[in-house]
Design a protein around this ligand. Sequence first.
Ligand SMILES: Cc1cc2nc3c(=O)[nH]c(=O)nc-3n(C[C@H](O)[C@H](O)[C@H](O)COP(=O)(O)OP(=O)(O)OC[C@H]3O[C@@H](n4cnc5c(N)ncnc54)[C@H](O)[C@@H]3O)c2cc1C
Length: 422
Amino acid sequence: MDAIVVGGGLAGLACANDLTAAGLSVRLLEAADRPGGRVRTDVVDGYRLDRGFQVLLEAYPECRARLDYEALDLKRFYAGALVRVDGAFHRFADPGTEVLDAIRSATNPVGTLADKLRAARVARELREGDPEGLLERDAPSTLELLREEGFSDRMINQFFRPFFGGVLLDRELGVSGRLFRYYFRMFADGRTSVPAEGMEAIPRQLASQLPGGSISTRTHVRSVAPSRVEIADGDTIRADFVVVAVEGPEAARLLNGEVHDPGSRGVHCLYFDAPEPPMDEGILMVNGEGRGPVNNVAVMSEVAPGYAPPDRSLISTTVVGANGLDTSDLERAVLVQMKEWFGPRVEDWRALRHYHIPHAQPLQTPEKMTTARRPVRLERGLYVCGDHRDNASLNGALASGGRAAQSALMDRGSLELAGSAA
Ligand SMILES: Cc1cc2nc3c(=O)[nH]c(=O)nc-3n(C[C@H](O)[C@H](O)[C@H](O)COP(=O)(O)OP(=O)(O)OC[C@H]3O[C@@H](n4cnc5c(N)ncnc54)[C@H](O)[C@@H]3O)c2cc1C
């Protein structure tokens, strides 16, 4: 065996694919019943429930390079959002895609007209040059960056807090401005979508590129060392290269603190079935009022009809952060807020499932992100990848997997060179 990859999330799958493509024999060990990691979809009574609201930004360079978008049959969101302010929804449209809507919404009460012109200027500036360069440029927190750009508090609270707070899972906007710049660019460069069959179609496609039998599921790795891993049943598996592709806190445990636990940002996602869609449009709705637990809502069946059985609607509601409420109080508070947003028809909604994901993303404060990327090579034979090495996104996870594979292949090349010189 040439290589063992521990963890079958996007990082591990990308790494295994690159090593396989370079001619190595690879075994991927995954603790869960299927690969995918944080990108999983449960099919429940004909509804497709992604484990937490998540989307593909089609402009992600690594996703473009590694995924067959056509085969994923992507279903697109409206390019913009509805912002809930003062008891009503106001449209915020991407001027690049929805020109007329953007003009019409210029004077709505979300922020000021000057804020909207500022947003257009920032988008123009961020679209210059290589997007990866935006991650390299040092930055304060997103909140400080927005203030430096001159955005009003009203605009920050009504739009940026719920929209980017939903993306970065941090309504305080304490996440590094490097990520704000990068995401802003990604939203401006391409559409936002989900695969017709749910987000898990993404890891499924990546896994299908590996030779049959390369993936062992329900295989929990207990410890790792260069060229060796021990699995939970006590067996030891050996290989020239071991790549640890598990989430940050687990990587810190397996590698005995050689990488730091990055900390965690959590999220709740509550799904509901309804006889009628509360909004007959595939658009993200965000909470610009700051009242109530729900940050964002989407009628997933309006984006991708296959997410719900015929004549039913699937509604996804997201609560960012740990939130002090216990489960049943939270569920009640979500419904109270939804009734305020959509009226008495919410009484016909049926709760489908409540996902709580304590480690949805690693912490990404400016202190944690003093560089765009963190090392993936620990020593010859031992590597680490995952979103905690790059950034918490599909793109960051894939990129880190590619970097780890490249690093192992470089070591292999120098080993072979040394071997042939001897
Ligand atoms: C709710 C939610 C919403 C998100 N929204 C978006 C979004 O809209 N857009 C976006 O770009 N990104 C989003 N993300 C972030 C993105 O999904 C992650 O950054 C990315 O999937 C992380 O991939 P990974 O391979 O680094 O880690 P993971 O997906 O966590 O994979 C790690 C794998 O290792 C396995 N594992 C762990 N320990 C062991 C062990 N001891 N032995 C064997 N296997 C083990 C796990 O089971 C898992 O499969 C979201 C994440 C969540 C949770």
